[in-house]
Design a protein around this ligand. Structure first.
Ligand code: UPG
Length: 457
């Protein structure tokens, strides 16, 4: 018989993607370290394809279905996938909760990603405490909040845009693409807006940021939502070091030889390598990939470039052989470990929020090349609010050319501006550690949440 567990049991439900699983899994580790029991929900397909057992470290795993148990590639595109997840997810989540309710370890609370707004409805049907976990920057969440409440009308056509609490005026190129070109991303716009439709039923809203990074917009948004900043959600060993045995970053969604990147980096001098990655769902044009390749070569720095298998054929022929003394191309990397490696001097990034906050927390300055969604706004903040990076400019065809890439990398890796960015990066790293350490803003907020979760038992 299952032993009676005298702990509050929290179910954590992310959107099934690296940019969502990673931060919510790291956050779960914090909850476990503070004495809670956590069951982390993944899809049947992720569980099967990654051969994950019933737990990962101290976190229990369980599954729901997205309707594509043999692989989400079968969906063909984002729209049918999200629609299937929306149709099948609630029933399987509900079944999962029911299963636990009749066991000795019932679920007391649900922490869900608000892109899955239906998870909040399911939690409330069971009368459970529920907290939304936003995986974007607070600035971006507040922009979308303003769109949902029609304070900001889309598509935005007149700029600059001033949003209360945001430290900067925003031009079209600084706004989330869903706000500027909503018709180009109907499924994503629908999902993004759905976050707010039932949000008033959530007991708390958690944001993966830290207070000093976004204090003005956090204060502004706090006036309308019960908000807690709980980030950065990177492993504790890189921050306050309060949690032991936490060397890995969690669930990798593809085969990875982690030691390959780390061993390669360890043979390189301090701050001599450009780390290049555009996240877990980038699909760049062949032309753009070509420009990146030759831009990296032209910069003349060492580089570690993540190119997912689905993108590999876009690398120019002969490139990998031509640069083998300078660069390494891998299909996935242990990114946080890479960014923490002293050989890395700069991160050429798409500015997904996780990549951005990971770089900020590990003190790595950036060259940014935002693609879609929230990345434009993150890039603007990196360059003009936090002053830890430079945005590579696109030409009249929307392509970032090799000359521009090489120039931006040089600007960050050497020279006076580069030195300033490094000093600013160091400052944000210290503030991230401060927020996560005992008595820091995020630690205090997490303790407040934990106390609340304990009282739900
Ligand atoms: O080789 C790699 C590449 C990435 N990562 C990790 O994968 C995550 C990627 O997340 P993110 O940087 O946020 O990029 P996306 O995967 O593109 O994330 C999606 O989700 C984010 C959170 O909502 C949004 O900010 C992005 O715009 C959206 O594209 C990060 O934790 C990285 O550390 C690795 O571990 N190894």
């Amino acid at each position: 018989m299952e032993k009676m567990v005298n702990r509050s049991h929290v179910l954590v439900v992310p959107l099934p993607g690296a940019g969502h699983i990673n931060p919510m899994l790291q956050f779960s580790r914090r909850l476990v370290s503070k004495g809670l029991k956590v069951t982390f929900v993944i899809t049947e397909f992720i569980s099967k394809s990654r051969q994950l057992g019933s737990s990962i470290g101290s976190i229990q795993l369980d599954t729901i279905s997205d309707g594509y148990d043999d692989g989400f590639n079968q969906a063909g595109s984002r729209e049918p996938y999200l629609s299937s997840l929306h149709d099948v997810g609630p029933k399987t989540l509900s079944d999962l909760i029911k299963r636990y309710q009749t066991s000795s370890i019932p679920i007391h609370a649900v922490i869900y990603e608000p892109f899955l707004a239906w998870a909040l409805d399911v939690a409330k049907d069971f009368g459970l405490f529920a907290a939304a976990f936003f995986t974007h920057a607070c600035a971006v969440d507040y922009i979308f909040y303003n769109v949902y409440h029609e304070v900001l009308r889309v598509p935005v056509s007149s700029t600059p845009v001033l949003i209360e609490g945001l430290p900067l005026l925003l031009e079209l190129q600084d706004l989330p693409t869903f706000v500027v070109l909503p018709d180009s991303y109907p499924a994503n716009v629908k999902m993004t807006m759905s976050q707010f439709a039932n949000l008033d039923k959530a007991d708390w809203i958690l944001i993966n940021t830290f207070y000093k990074l976004e204090c003005e917009v956090v204060d502004t948004m706090s006036k309308v939502c019960p908000l807690l900043t709980i980030g950065p959600t990177i492993p504790s060993i890189y921050l306050d070091k309060s949690i032991e045995d936490e060397d890995d970053y969690g669930i990798s969604l593809c085969e990875i030889d982690a030691s390959l990147s780390i061993n390669w980096l360890s043979s390189k001098p301090t701050a001599s390598v450009v780390y290049v990655s555009f996240g877990s769902c980038a699909t760049l044009s062949s032309k753009q990939m070509e420009e990146i390749a030759w831009g990296l070569k032209r910069s003349n720095f060492h580089f570690l470039w993540v190119v997912m298998d689905s993108e590999k054929e876009k690398i120019p022929e002969g490139f990998v052989e031509e640069v083998e003394n300078k660069g390494l191309v891998v299909n996935w990397s242990p990114q946080v470990k890479v960014l923490a490696n002293e050989a890395v001097g700069c991160f050429f990034t798409h500015c997904g929020w996780n990549s951005t906050i990971e770089a900020l927390s590990l003190g790595v300055p950036m060259v940014t090349m935002p693609g879609w969604s929230d990345q434009q706004t993150n890039s603007k903040l990196v360059e003009d609010a936090w002053k830890v990076g430079v945005r590579a400019k696109v030409d009249e065809h929307g392509i970032v050319r090799r000359e521009e890439i090489a120039l931006c990398i040089k600007e960050v890796m050497e020279g006076d501006t580069g030195r300033e960015m490094k000093m600013n990066s160091k400052k944000w790293k210290e503030l991230a550690i401060e927020a996560a350490s005992e008595g820091g803003t995020s630690d205090t907020n997490i303790n407040e949440l934990v106390a609340m979760l304990r009282s739900t038992k």
